[in-house]
Design a protein around this ligand. Structure first.
Ligand code: NIG
Ligand code: FE
Length: 413
């Protein structure tokens, strides 16, 4: 496939650049008035229209992108899209002023989702998650991470992970699976935390490893959920099966989650709506990626993370949706990028880099995805005609993704 007359080809990072740290996020390489050649699903070459080689200029399969930008697909590195039911009843409670913790304590929250998921069949869960994933892809997402964590029993955690594997087998984008049984303590283990942790370690992990159902392990390390010591124990058990950590950290309070994550060589720490100098110091000497989820702050009304502080400290920062029924009922990466600019004061270039190359890095996929680079997979989006790249986050809430290309083919859902 040949795409011609492209107004701007965006995100031309060199192959060896696998993650962007600090001020590197400021630079988003763009080639104006360009062509792009895709062969066998791979980006083969690109250049300026003025010097398009004559042997390719009359290839049969061509897309004319006049006035449009071509971006690498969004890489959404943090989602919980396998769930049985939405939770808009909690929406009203939130509007009345109840906090996330209060709703959870009143029997809502994660345990509410777990009750419903335990009753759903694998097929039902697959059907509903597939619809969500299709919608996300049509909005420009071309690589995704999906977590378990609404099962909370061996059977239901495995059911969720099998659904994720089916999504991976049936969708033309890379899907990474994260095991998140340590999302909340089930009611029966409220006063027996170690009992549930033993179940995770002795029963769930061996089965998941046996079926190769997960790439990562996650823990919701937070007051009222999993303590630092409990997190450490679970991460160490996961490491025995080769599962690297991606952690829910500092969402509601500064808890020591960052330290335990870094100590266990986490690929990413996610949320960080709460942070302090120590958080930054701990991360400065690590390879761990900071993944921010501004739609979650927007929906819950909690603080937005200090993106500028993390960038100033030279840290690698990614953006993701956190799509889930409780804290972020949206899988729209375009909105995430808008919020990052509007509420966290990131520049459009920084936000786009964080939502593409660094999102891919937070799933260890940046060797093949996340930028327009010769040799990488052709997972791309073509915008509607827009005046500039800043117009995308500026024009918040509008869908400006016109065409989606996955593995070099147009995707229509
Ligand atoms: O990332 N914080 C933990 N997990 C989700 C919310 C889960 C839920 O409320 O169902 C999150 O925000
Ligand atoms: Fe989450």
């Amino acid at each position: 496939m040949l795409i011609t007359n492209i107004k701007g080809l965006v995100g031309l990072h060199p192959k060896e650049k696998l993650v962007l740290r600090g001020s590197e996020l400021d630079y988003l390489p763009i080639l104006e008035n360009a062509w792009l050649l895709i062969e066998d699903g791979i980006i083969k070459d690109f250049g300026e229209m003025s010097s398009i080689p004559s042997q390719i200029s009359n290839l049969p399969s061509q897309v004319l992108a006049k006035g449009r930008y071509v971006f690498p697909s969004w890489c959404d590195s943090h989602t919980h899209i396998v769930f049985a039911a939405s939770r808009e009843e909690e929406f009203a409670m939130k509007i009345q002023g109840k906090s996330y913790e209060e709703i959870a304590a009143a029997g809502g929250g994660i345990l509410n989702s777990a009750n419903k998921l335990q009753k759903a069949t694998e097929d039902e869960l697959f059907q509903s998650a597939a619809l969500r994933l299709k919608q996300m892809i049509l909005q420009g997402t071309g690589a995704v991470e999906i977590k378990s964590g609404y099962g909370l029993t061996t059977e239901s955690e495995i059911k969720m992970l099998r659904v994720i594997r089916r999504l991976k087998d049936q969708f033309p984008i890379p899907v990474k699976a994260t095991f998140l049984a340590a999302h909340a303590f089930p009611a029966g283990f409220k006063n027996n935390h170690q009992g549930y942790i033993d179940l995770i370690i002795n029963e769930m992990l061996p089965q998941i490893a046996e079926e190769k159902l997960a790439d990562y392990i996650d823990v919701f390390c937070e007051k009222g959920f999993f303590s630092v010591e409990e997190t450490d124990q679970i991460l160490k058990a996961g490491a025995k099966y080769g599962l690297k950590p991606k952690i829910h950290a500092n969402q509601l309070s500064v808890s020591g989650a960052i330290e335990v994550a870094v100590k266990n060589e986490a690929v990413s720490v996610d949320h960080l709506e709460e942070s302090n100098e120590e958080t930054i110091e701990t991360l400065r000497n690590a390879n761990t990626i900071v993944t921010l989820l501004p739609s979650c702050s927007f929906y819950l009304g909690i603080p937005f993370a200090d993106a500028k502080g993390f960038i100033k400290a030279g840290l690698p920062l990614a953006l993701a949706t956190d799509y889930n029924p409780g804290s972020t009922p949206s899988g729209n990466m375009n909105f995430v990028v808008s919020l990052a600019c509007i509420k966290m004061k990131m520049f459009p270039e920084q936000a786009i880099n964080a939502a593409t190359l660094n999102g891919a890095a937070a799933m260890e996929l940046s060797g093949d995805y996340g930028s327009i680079t010769v040799g990488k997979k052709a997972n791309l989006m073509i915008t509607k005609p827009v005046p500039s790249i800043a117009y995308l986050p500026y024009s918040f809430g509008e869908s400006l993704v016109d065409q989606v290309i996955l593995n070099g083919k147009i995707y229509n859902g």
